[in-house]
Design a protein around this ligand. Structure first.
Ligand SMILES: NC(=O)c1ccc[n+]([C@@H]2O[C@H](COP(=O)([O-])OP(=O)(O)OC[C@H]3O[C@@H](n4cnc5c(N)ncnc54)[C@H](OP(=O)(O)O)[C@@H]3O)[C@@H](O)[C@H]2O)c1
Length: 278
């Protein structure tokens, strides 16, 4: 059974439910988002780029769950990092979602067009000051970009959203987030399905009476300041992915899963847009 109350993590005054529902590639996802909310999810991840914002808005309204109980995340795409374009993109996202504000607004990818980071971070901070978002963060920034972003941003960055699953070592970036009191929001937490035949994960899942997806999501949340945002188009799996708060992995199981990291583990690495990863 999914938990009655989902644990939360906090960073710079921001309280986030410790698991979210991802909506990339789900398109017209109103029914799935309503299902997720009815099952107990209170954190929904979308982005202008995914084309799922309208579906997310429809799903929120159809679910009957009050807006105030939902942690809603969207992102401004890399094409719109100039201040004026950024502001227009935020307005469009709010219209798509049919809400007055989001809870977290991200820069989706760092600029590749030599737009000064200070201009983009200024636009992000302004969206917060104007009440269009309660909190701000960045996605897909490396440590050097995070340092620069924090130096030029007048508002605290509560989270970094980046890829993380057992096949990808994120030790350096996680250390940075911990030192700066930031939450690490883990995207592709199930490695888009690539780890479902892994023998180590299979063995642990069998011993625990859980699925591989549940073991992997548990491994992420058990590390502390990590919030996975798995996506599924299947109601049973949507429920399953929430049901990870009633067991603990042993230190040895955690260690064995950490050992699965491999050099070719990264999935999201768009040429010309990805920074030099740490
Ligand atoms: N900031 C960024 O740049 C960025 C980049 C990528 C992703 N994201 C966010 O992170 C979210 C998650 O990442 P993702 O969608 O790329 O991949 P993911 O969540 O790692 O994997 C999704 C895949 O896993 C399958 N799956 C889900 N639960 C399962 C379960 N319990 N058992 C078996 N299979 C299961 C899904 O298939 P079914 O649908 O058939 O269940 C789907 O094919 C995205 O939706 C998006 O919101 C952000």
């Amino acid at each position: 059974m999914p938990p009655a109350v989902i644990p939360a993590v906090t960073a710079h005054g921001c309280t986030m439910p410790q698991i979210g529902f991802g909506t990339s590639q789900l398109g017209d996802c109103g029914d799935l988002v309503a299902t997720a909310l009815k099952l107990g999810y209170r954190h929904i991840d979308t982005a202008w780029k995914y084309g799922s914002e309208k579906g997310v808005g429809t799903g929120i309204r159809a679910s009957g769950v009050p807006r105030s109980e939902i942690f809603l995340v969207t992102k401004v795409s890399h094409e719109y990092l100039r201040a004026d374009a950024f502001a227009r993109s935020v307005d469009e996202s709010l219209k798509n979602l049919q809400v007055d504000y989001v809870d977290m607004l991200h820069v989706h990818w760092p600029t590749v067009d030599k737009i000064p980071l200070a201009e983009t971070m200024g636009a992000l901070a302004r969206a917060k000051r104007e009440g269009l978002t309660r909190h701000i963060g960045v996605a897909n920034f490396n440590i050097a970009l995070l340092e620069e972003a924090q130096a030029v941003c007048s508002e605290p960055l509560a989270t970094l959203q980046a890829e993380y699953h057992p096949y990808l070592d994120q030790t350096k970036v996680l250390d940075y987030c911990r030192r700066h009191g930031m939450v690490f929001t883990a995207y592709c937490p199930l490695a888009r399905g690539r780890l479902f035949k892994d023998p180590v994960l299979m063995e642990i899942a069998q011993a625990r009476g859980k699925t591989i997806a549940q073991v992997v999501l548990r491994w992420l949340v058990q590390q502390g300041n990590i919030v996975p945002i798995p996506r599924s188009s299947n109601p049973e799996r949507i429920a399953q992915n929430l049901d990870i708060f009633d067991f603990r992995l042993s230190d040895e199981e955690m260690r064995r899963i950490h050992m699965l990291a491999r050099p070719d583990g990264r999935i999201a690495n768009p040429a010309g847009r990805a920074p030099a990863w740490d």
